[in-house]
Ligand binder design. Sequence first.
Ligand SMILES: Cc1ncc(COP(=O)(O)O)c(C=O)c1O
Length: 469
Amino acid sequence: MNTFVTGRRLARELGEWRQAGPAYRALADRIRVLLMDGRLSSGARLPAERELSNALALSRTTVAAAYSKLRDDGYLASVRGSGSTLILPGRQRGEHALNSGLPLDFTKATAPAWPGLAAAFTAAAEEIPAYLSHDGFDMVGLPDLREAIAQSYRDRGVPTSADQVLVTIGAQHALNLVARTLYSPGERIMVEQPTYPHALDTFNSLGARIVAFPVRQDGGWDLPEALLQIRRTAPSMAFLMPDFHNPTGMSMPAHEREYLAAAAQREGTVLVVDETTAPLDIDRGPMPAMASFSPHVVTLGSLGKLAWGGLRIGWIRASREVLARLLRNRPSSDLGTPLFEQLVATQLLRDLPLLAASRSKALRHGRDLLVGLLAEQLPEWDVAVPDGGMSLWINTGSISTSALSLAARSEGLGLVPGPRFGLDGAFERFLRLPFSYGDAELRDGVDILARISSSVGAEPLRIPLQAVI
Ligand SMILES: Cc1ncc(COP(=O)(O)O)c(C=O)c1O
């Protein structure tokens, strides 16, 4: 299905698109960035030239020249009478590559499989014959796995029984199911700004109206603003990452968790707390889970960051009532979680402390190396050092990270520009850099960034800095 992008929406997504040099080229480049980082999809129809020129207060000739450049470069197909459709060159629509094809891909904050994973697969292979008489459609999760997940919450001081746990095909699946279940058309959903991009994709796909409150590296979660938004817009749900927030790596202080959980419960907003990154502690130490402060919190978890993204095992912890609603909604999208991977996950949960310690050690090494390399080669970048997570959230000061990501691509380095993590083009000067890669990759990546940043940053942007939130 073709999505139609209105002029107003495109203007919002473009954010601060102007660069030094011809306007048509800057506009074409920025549309290309939006396509490459997923904010616009292949197959989406761009607004008519006149509509976009009105939305951007720009001459129609400039818009026509930008579209023409995109067409010449193979990013746009125009058919008379049916508008202009975006295409990703070299890839048919619907086709998907396992990796980006770039020699260095820093677009994902993820790590290779935990070394002990292969042994867990071998053990699962021995167990699977006992399950082959089962019909195989497992909508709730294997009892042993649900119990192991419940135990992991009890170990963190959150009383949980196995019937409060639903096993899913990763946390992204869990988020989709929760959002489809808790959200009704016309309602609002509150997010942190910046936030996890695929959460925005999920909420946008439901047509939700999104409201945001800031998470600032120098001041943390803006709770007065969150409460104001909750009171003013009555969102049905709020999506949060209080532990090693993606992308900033920050953690919400315990007293703020308690305050927000109580306020949301009072106002009838369900907190959906994504703990996918929560096990990635480097040198922070334990914190109380948000769910320990309110029975209404819905928590999402995953083994994706800790063990391996390819395992595709996640879960939802919620009240029995919410779980029953989720279960009723599940068959419209999938018919259960694969059994083999659940057996692997059950093995892994037995080794949770070992897994977390091993990840922590590797992440500490990667973080310290990347921070050191940046201090040497890009000292003007403002790098906050997180105490967990998998990435740095960097304020480059003056560099358009959309332009930087285009320049990096031509050097074989994949980057996600800052605005992918925000609403309406915010964070143009921010960059998320994962430190979960090997030493050589981190060194090569920083070498490329140091080489290209001077040319990208050399020309000041003509538009004044927008408020950094
Ligand atoms: C905050 C957050 N939530 C969810 C996910 C997706 O998790 P999964 O791979 O389990 O679907 C990710 C992965 O990057 C993430 O960072």
